[in-house]
Design a protein around this ligand. Structure first.
Ligand code: NAD
Length: 363
């Protein structure tokens, strides 16, 4: 499906188009910031079309207006990133097929639980030469084992998929506070460098690393670690306990990565997607915040309740990832090898009290 133009006889013919067209699939907090970063670069880089389409999961705002229409009128995502101009060249599109049509660079950035449905709607609807990148943290667990989101995209859509992860709290990057990120790629370094150019700004420094699994797993698992950190904070255990906790968690995270993908490299942990992301998320992210509230309430208020009260439509990833990781461990007979992940899941579902996180650390 290459771009086409109408001839003077009314026929549609394919036209050569050397410039890349970018669509961002997702328009939450990080999705909107990604669109802003990309849009500032497509205006400057001659190898890209200026326009950046952003697929919006349509919602009706309390005012009765449609979110996509308000974004296009105000150039702001008033629900998920209020107060930040996205760039005049960002166009909100509520129709998924229309949003991806013509694009050869697809940026996926929705909560991971929606990706299977989104991919199945996109089969046969995207350009054959499309390249993808996933900014999504999370995994799908199937009978045959865990499936990272980049793999899901590649398998369902038949396209190559890189990943971008890092110590990236969206609201901070939105106001242009300095941050770094890592693009994980499989083989094609040229494509990775194209993604690096598309995302890099003076305040967002991006580098490439040939380790898709390592980069993606770091980004995914750190949300479970952040839940553990939130429990320790909510129990007011202090910084020494939290440091010990984080040390244990980091060790377990890296071991799990190796066990799952023997190809994962140690050096990846020292990229922005590794230890730096872990620290940021355990200090300031939404998973830590909700887990803190969960522990303060002695586990009596569910994560679903806290999510809808504290996040206003944004999604928690750590709780569902903990469940998915638990399923992987159970399936492989590894539950006892990874007590942190097991304990976090059992606390989240109310099988253990929040204090179990400290007992686990002490043992
Ligand atoms: N926010 C951050 O700071 C941050 C940073 C790095 C990575 N991430 C990752 O980026 C991904 C997207 O997070 P976000 O912060 O942009 O989203 P978000 O949690 O802010 O927003 C939720 C989004 O999901 C959409 N949605 C709701 N129901 C839907 C449905 N049924 N189908 C499809 N979409 C639906 C909403 O419209 C909204 O756009 C996640 O994997 C997250 O872990 C987020």
């Amino acid at each position: 499906m290459a771009p086409s133009a109408e001839t003077e006889y009314g026929d549609n013919v394919e036209v050569p188009d050397n410039k890349s067209r970018v669509t961002v699939v997702g328009s939450g907090n990080w999705g909107s910031v990604a669109a802003k970063l990309i849009a500032s670069n497509t205006l400057k880089l001659s190898s890209f079309h200026d326009e950046v389409r952003m697929w919006v999961f349509e919602e009706v705002l309390p005012s009765g207006e449609k979110l996509s229409e308000v974004i296009n009128q105000t150039n702001e995502n008033v629900k998920y990133l209020p107060g930040i101009k996205l760039g005049r060249n960002v166009v909100a599109v509520p129709d998924l097929e229309h949003a991806v049509r013509d694009a050869n660079m697809l940026v996926f950035v929705t909560p991971h639980q929606f990706m299977e449905g989104i991919c199945s709607r996109l089969v046969g609807k995207i350009r054959e030469d499309a390249e993808a990148i996933s900014l999504i943290k999370g995994m799908e667990v199937k009978m045959e084992g865990p499936c990272m989101i980049s793999t899901l995209i590649t398998e369902q859509l038949g396209i190559n998929c890189c990943v971008l992860m890092g110590a990236n709290i969206a609201n901070e990057i939105a106001v242009e506070k300095f941050s770094e990120a890592t693009v994980g790629y499989r083989e094609n370094k040229e494509i990775a460098e194209k993604w690096v150019r598309l995302f890099s700004t003076a305040y967002f420094m991006v580098s490439a690393c040939q380790d898709v699994e390592g980069v993606e797993l770091c980004g995914t698992l750190k949300n479970v670690v952040a839940i553990a950190a939130g429990f320790v904070d909510g129990l007011e255990m202090g910084n020494n306990t939290k440091a010990r906790q984080l040390f244990l968690d980091t060790t377990m995270l890296s071991t799990f990565n190796f066990c799952l993908h023997l190809t994962v490299y140690m050096i990846t942990f020292f990229e922005s997607c590794g230890v730096a992301d872990l620290i940021t998320t355990c200090l300031g992210g939404r998973n830590r915040k909700c887990a803190d509230a969960f522990a303060r309430n002695g586990g009596k208020r569910s994560f679903d309740e806290l999510e809808s009260e504290m996040l206003q439509g944004q999604k928690l990833q750590g709780v569902s990832t903990a469940k998915e990781v638990y399923e992987v461990l159970r399936h492989r007979g590894w539950l006892e090898l990874f007590p942190l992940f097991t304990t976090v899941h059992e606390i989240c579902i109310g099988r253990l009290p929040p204090t179990a996180i400290v007992e686990y650390s002490q043992s």
